[in-house]
Design a protein around this ligand. Structure first.
Ligand code: ATR
Length: 276
């Protein structure tokens, strides 16, 4: 790229809370690479202009976060199948063919489980997904691609769970939110994709005493790192995987595409990214 130092960043609004600059900054320093990764606060009305300007300013790509993950698809020249299925992008690459949009959230979700719950496979049995928002769509897409035989979705707003079933087909089954505690037996995986239990949000209040001890439980919430959901799952005898790993693993493909090196996820990185 014409000797320019490659730039990348995270485009959001607000964006100050994002851990992505700490994450990519750690990797850039660790591997001694020339490059910078910066937070970019872009208001919704300025997104199209920003996307046109960034490549001209030396950006090789960027992450996109709330509120731009859906809107950016309309600005992309190519959209990966998984980003199309999820209906949102989190990783953009600016290349010779323009703006390529991808979504690596589901890959991060699966990789986090594979690394931290060795032996777990999506094909082991039904999965339960609590929640039916944007994060849930990424998780459901990835679990289906990984061969989950059934995905039981329970969401406070039933219509959103039904929309997932309509989009993804009969392997997705819809369950009443008030009975979510009843669908967690005989499963290989239970994932919380709701914001319940996150610092500043209402507490996680789904009973998990019927959870099968053989299941793996994972929470997408990572503030706090050890959530009520995870401690309840541990009490039921399950292996648990916290949500920070998903954030770390979803970042790997972007970093590799922008800076040319596939980075490692390790304890040092976790420490660098953990919210203070
Ligand atoms: P994300 O992109 O992180 O998935 P989202 O699309 O806003 O964010 O989805 C948040 C999820 O948390 C949804 O499943 C939401 O349920 P609704 O679809 O009914 O809104 C769930 N959620 C948030 N607050 C909740 C609460 N108090 N009780 C139950 N579910 C809640």
């Amino acid at each position: 790229m014409s000797g320019r130092i490659p730039l990348a960043g995270v485009v959001g609004h607000p964006v100050a809370h994002s851990r992505s600059p700490a994450l990519h900054g750690h990797w850039l320093r660790r591997y001694g690479l020339a490059g910078h990764y910066v937070p970019l606060d872009v208001a919704p009305g300025d997104l199209a202009e920003a996307m046109a300007a960034l490549p001209r300013l030396g950006f090789v790509g960027c992450n996109v976060t709330i509120p731009h993950k859906v809107a950016v698809l309309d600005l992309a020249d190519t959209v990966s199948d998984r980003a199309r299925a999820i209906g949102a992008a989190n990783t953009l690459v600016f290349g010779p063919d323009g703006l390529a949009a991808d979504n690596t959230d589901g890959e991060g979700f699966i990789e986090n489980l594979r690394r931290n719950a060795p032996g777990w496979s999506a094909t082991d049995g039904p999965a339960v997904v609590l929640g039916a928002g944007g994060a849930s769509r990424a998780v459901v897409t990835a679990l289906l691609a990984a061969g989950a035989p059934e995905i039981r979705v329970a969401n406070r707003t039933a219509a959103r769970a039904e929309a997932l079933r309509d989009a993804f087909g009969a392997r997705v089954t819809v369950h009443d939110w008030n009975c979510a505690g009843d669908i967690v037996s005989d499963t290989g995986l239970v994932a919380n994709t709701t914001s319940l239990g996150m610092t500043g949000q209402p507490p996680f209040d789904v009973p998990l005493d019927r959870l099968s001890p053989g299941a793996v439980a994972t929470d997408l919430v990572y503030t706090p790192l050890d959530t009520t959901f995870l401690s309840r799952a541990r009490a039921a005898g399950c292996r648990t995987v916290d949500g920070l790993g998903m954030l770390l693993y979803q970042a790997v493909p972007g970093f590799e595409a922008w800076f040319g090196l596939r980075p490692e996820v390790d304890e040092d990185l976790r420490r660098a990214v953990l919210p203070a």
